[in-house]
Ligand binder design. Structure first.
Ligand code: NAD
Ligand code: PRE
Length: 303
């Protein structure tokens, strides 16, 4: 099946990046887009994030062969309900949400009978909104697709090829497995960053500003992650509650073990643990999975 027209609902970081990437890597494919925020629609038109910015979601999807919902996961159901009755027969409905089981359920409830193939490009930055997107966001990054059991092979192939054309490496898995894996590799690290930056900020009064003043390497890296969009992350934690709580329990136990090693002076345990984690970081870099984002997509390079 050939995709001739793609509709993007939500024109922030992800929606804008998809639009720009389609223009660059799939120039024969038309793009339409809609965002519920008027200022975002105006900025999207100025930046040319999509070929045509529409006044409603229904208008944006009318001619589309592929519709991608790029809104916060808590808004997926509401956004999908706006296109009921406006989808073309045979259209593929997808999304980019950071959690998959809840989103798949909400899209299916909103659009009964539609061919829904959820996806999650594991690529992003701490920035959001219509100015944040860039065409290279998905280059050399994973895009996880979680096809339902009754998924059409032709439609699945079309979606896989779409993401590959945008530069992503595609992996298929169940939505349940996705949510468990991402809870530990993405959701928990964000929760830890939000916590430690909040804790350090609360200590500000005690230390008279020194926490922020002397925050070089380690803490600075945490502040980048903790600058991520509050709406997006509130929704991620609420939608992937069970997996996050399970991973958090495990993390707390491991943290307690390190706490004990420090208290009892078990240097060997600390050394062994840090040696193991250092090897993991080096393995990531050797596999070429280190940060492939261009500098302009990162706020720590903008200031
Ligand atoms: N930011 C990341 O790093 C990242 C990475 C991968 C996936 N995601 C996922 O992508 C999705 C979008 O995230 P983002 O970073 O692009 O957020 P964003 O805030 O940059 O953009 C979201 C846009 O959706 C619009 N919107 C909200 N509700 C809407 C509705 N009902 N109808 C139409 N538009 C609506 C908002 O106005 C906003 O412009 C989220 O589900 C998120 O979990 C984010
Ligand atoms: O690099 C970042 O800023 C990100 O946090 C991107 C990141 C991630 O955790 O890897 C964040 C959420 C997404 O769903 C996918 C990617």
């Amino acid at each position: 099946m050939t995709l001739r027209s793609v509709a993007i609902i939500g024109l922030g970081l992800l929606g804008g990046s998809i639009g720009l990437a389609v223009r660059e890597f799939l120039p024969g494919v038309a793009t339409t887009g809609y965002d519920r925020d008027g200022a975002t629609r105006a900025r999207a038109a100025e930046r040319g994030l999509v070929g045509q910015v529409c006044a409603s979601a229904a208008e944006a999807v009318r001619e589309a062969d592929l519709v991608i919902f790029c809104v916060p996961v808590g808004a997926m159901g509401e956004a999908a309900r706006e296109v009921v009755g406006s989808l073309k027969p045979g259209v593929i409905v997808s999304d980019v949400g950071s959690s998959k089981q809840t989103v798949a359920r909400e899209l299916a409830e909103a659009l009964p009978g539609a061919a829904i193939i959820p996806a999650h490009p594991v690529a992003g930055t701490e920035n959001s909104g219509p100015d944040a997107g860039f065409a290279a966001l998905f280059r050399n990054r994973w895009c996880i697709i979680t096809p339902p059991d009754d998924c059409s092979p032709l439609q699945l192939t079309a979606l896989v090829q779409f993401w590959e054309a945008l530069g992503a490496n595609v992996e298929l898995m169940s939505a349940q497995h996705h949510d468990l894996v991402l809870a530990v590799t993405s959701h928990l690290p964000h929760l830890i960053a939000y916590t430690i930056v909040g804790t350090a900020s609360d200590l500000e009064e005690v230390t008279q500003g020194e926490v922020i003043k002397y925050s070089a390497g380690g803490f600075r890296d945490f502040t980048r992650i903790a600058a991520s969009d509050p709406t997006m992350w509130r929704d991620v934690f609420l939608s992937n509650k069970e997996a996050v709580l399970e991973m958090l329990q495990r993390f707390t136990e491991d943290l307690t073990a390190l706490q004990r090693a420090i208290r009892v002076g078990d240097g060997q345990q600390l050394f062994d643990h840090f040696t193991r984690t250092r090897a993991i970081r080096r393995g990531i870099i050797e596999q070429g999975q280190d940060d492939a984002r261009p500098d302009f997509g990162r706020s720590d390079h903008i200031s």
